[in-house]
Design a binder for this molecule. Structure first.
Ligand SMILES: Nc1ncnc2c1ncn2[C@@H]1O[C@H](COP(=O)(O)OP(=O)(O)OP(=O)(O)O)[C@@H](O)[C@H]1O
Length: 227
């Protein structure tokens, strides 16, 4: 058996510890995500799912517990090593697309690859392939402002996949879209994840969307419980 792509064990996190406004968000959160598995993370607003995803994606550090990515335990690694693993292994998608407004869809998917050492021709070929796979081949030259919300979000998915991560972390990726668009765009994301064989943790409030994933966990009182 290969190592899980993501393993969280005993993760705890308190904001403002020791102060009157301390908030214990995570208490003892455990999660394993196998290669190719797509897991729904369901939680009420404020329960701590962004905190959990940031810790899983090495953007934040837990107070206690262990994060392993691709079998590598990250706890005591240098900031430099954490940044390399995050860049090479993890893709993020947020509720809002965060595309660079002055660049086209194609450029938004090319740029992270150039930053990661790809050649311009490799990066463009991969970006075109990704945009094509989400039905946006004919929008490659559009800037974000000239695209619909669903199109912008699909470009954001391509950008998250640009450096061939092994783990995708998505925080309410269709939360900004109307229900019909959300449904279609969500399908595009799940198809992209399945086609590339990567693992994903996708946070959503929507139980119908959660039902389309391989497994569901609920974040409740700082712990993750399967349901
Ligand atoms: N930097 C911070 N300092 C203090 N408290 C924080 C900080 N970030 C988050 N919190 C608190 O921690 C709790 C969890 O926040 P988090 O953003 O992880 O929740 P969430 O489940 O993602 O919520 P939402 O669905 O509304 O985005 C909230 O009560 C929030 O107010």
């Amino acid at each position: 058996m290969s190592d899980p792509v993501l393993r969280l064990s005993g993760i705890a996190k308190t904001y403002n510890p020791g102060r009157p406004n301390a908030v214990q968000v995570l208490r003892d959160a455990d999660l394993e995500v196998a290669r190719g598995e797509v897991v729904a993370l369901v939680a009420p607003s404020g329960a701590g799912k962004s905190t959990l995803l940031h810790i899983a994606g090495l953007l934040d550090v837990a107070d206690a517990g262990e994060v392993a990515i691709g079998g590598e335990v990250m706890g005591r690694k240098s900031d430099r090593r954490r940044t390399v693993v995050r860049r090479q292994m993890v893709g993020f998608v947020y509720q809002f697309h965060h595309l660079l407004p002055e660049f086209t869809a194609l450029e938004n998917v090319v740029l992270p690859q150039l930053a990661n050492g790809a050649s311009a021709s490799e990066a463009e070929a991969r970006a075109r392939g990704l945009l094509d796979s989400v039905g946006l081949a004919d929008r490659a030259a559009h800037r974000p402002a000239a695209m619909s919300g669903g199109e912008q979000q699909r470009v954001a998915f391509c950008r998250a996949m640009a450096n061939t991560p092994q783990l995708l972390l998505a925080d309410e990726p269709t939360g900004n879209l109307d229900p019909a668009t959300s449904d279609r765009v969500f399908d595009a994301l799940v198809r992209l994840v399945r086609d590339t064989g990567l693992s994903a943790v996708i946070a959503t409030h929507n139980l119908d969307l959660a039902a389309r994933m391989d497994r569901r966990v609920r974040l409740t009182e700082g712990r993750l419980v399967a349901f």
